[in-house]
Design a protein around this ligand. Structure first.
Ligand code: PGA
Length: 265
């Protein structure tokens, strides 16, 4: 696992946008996995800026969203499908049918829980999956206790998640009780994982995920099993890491030929 610690949230956003841009310019048919929530918003703004500057096009890009609430009316502003359109897709040149969102209506959920994973597979798999992290260590809506080999399925949200996300709904009680989320096994199938965390409220979860034992009690710790996982943090989110100085040394002395911008050339 590579750990990148940036001075500011803006630098985190630029770093994340660099990863996305590198994929898009090097792949003939890039498949991105995107997350919603507060964390990736600045990165999405940076991607929109690059698109408007004419340096980046999303025409060939397909997107699979990480998760979606169950029970919200179509087009509800709090739904993750609406959120990703509002925060990114509506502002770039991606084809409208290139966004896939996990089906979360009762009929689809009864019909097949593995359908989304099949769609991801049929698209050739996800090249780069962006992830946030919950304050208790969840990724997607894989709450503590989730199977490390789980596939896309319905989950009941933890009380802490409903509390944390109440700010998007006008209170925790308004947050749906269920969501459909890519499973941890689904997430681990992506060719590259990019976990982003900003702010001190994530410091404990980040330290547990990056430096603690691999356990279903900290779903993000499953990233330790992935051969190509990168964690991009600001200083506050990195505050509880024991090896922060080592991660900085790794970056300072990284051989030129191992730097991703070199690999992309
Ligand atoms: P946040 O949520 O980006 O809104 O902090 C991240 C998460 O819960 O995974």
């Amino acid at each position: 696992m590579e750990v990148l610690i940036e001075e500011t949230a803006h630098n985190v956003a630029k770093r994340v946008a660099d990863f996305v841009e590198r994929l898009i310019v090097t792949s003939p048919a890039p498949v991105l996995g995107l997350a919603t929530g507060a964390t990736p918003v600045l990165a999405y703004q940076e991607l929109i800026r690059r698109y408007r500057a004419g340096t980046l096009s999303f025409e060939r890009t397909r997107v699979f969203l990480l998760d979606e609430y169950v029970g919200l009316a179509a087009g509800h502003p709090g739904s993750y499908g609406s959120t990703i359109r509002r925060e990114l897709i509506d502002h770039i040149d991606m084809a409208t049918d290139a966004l896939m969102v996990p089906a979360s209506d009762a009929a689809s959920l009864r019909a097949s829980s593995h359908c989304y994973d099949a769609e991801i597979r049929d698209a050739g798999g996800i090249d780069l999956q962006l992830l946030g992290i919950g304050s208790q260590g969840h990724i997607g809506f894989n709450e503590p206790g989730s199977s490390l080999s789980s596939r896309t399925r319905i989950k009941t949200l933890a009380a802490s998640t409903r509390r944390d996300n109440g700010r998007f709904f006008g209170g925790a009680d308004e947050v749906p009780r269920h969501a459909v989320t890519q499973g941890i096994g689904t997430i681990l199938d992506a060719r590259q994982l990019l976990l982003i965390a900003i702010g001190s409220t994530k410091a404990k979860a980040v330290a547990a995920a990056v430096e603690g034992p691999i356990t279903s009690m900290v779903p993000a710790s499953a990233l330790q099993l992935h051969p190509h996982a990168t964690v991009v943090l600001d200083h506050s989110a990195a505050a509880d890491l024991q090896l922060a100085e080592y991660y900085a040394v790794v970056q300072r002395h990284k051989p030129q030929w191992l730097r991703p911008e070199q690999a992309a050339e």
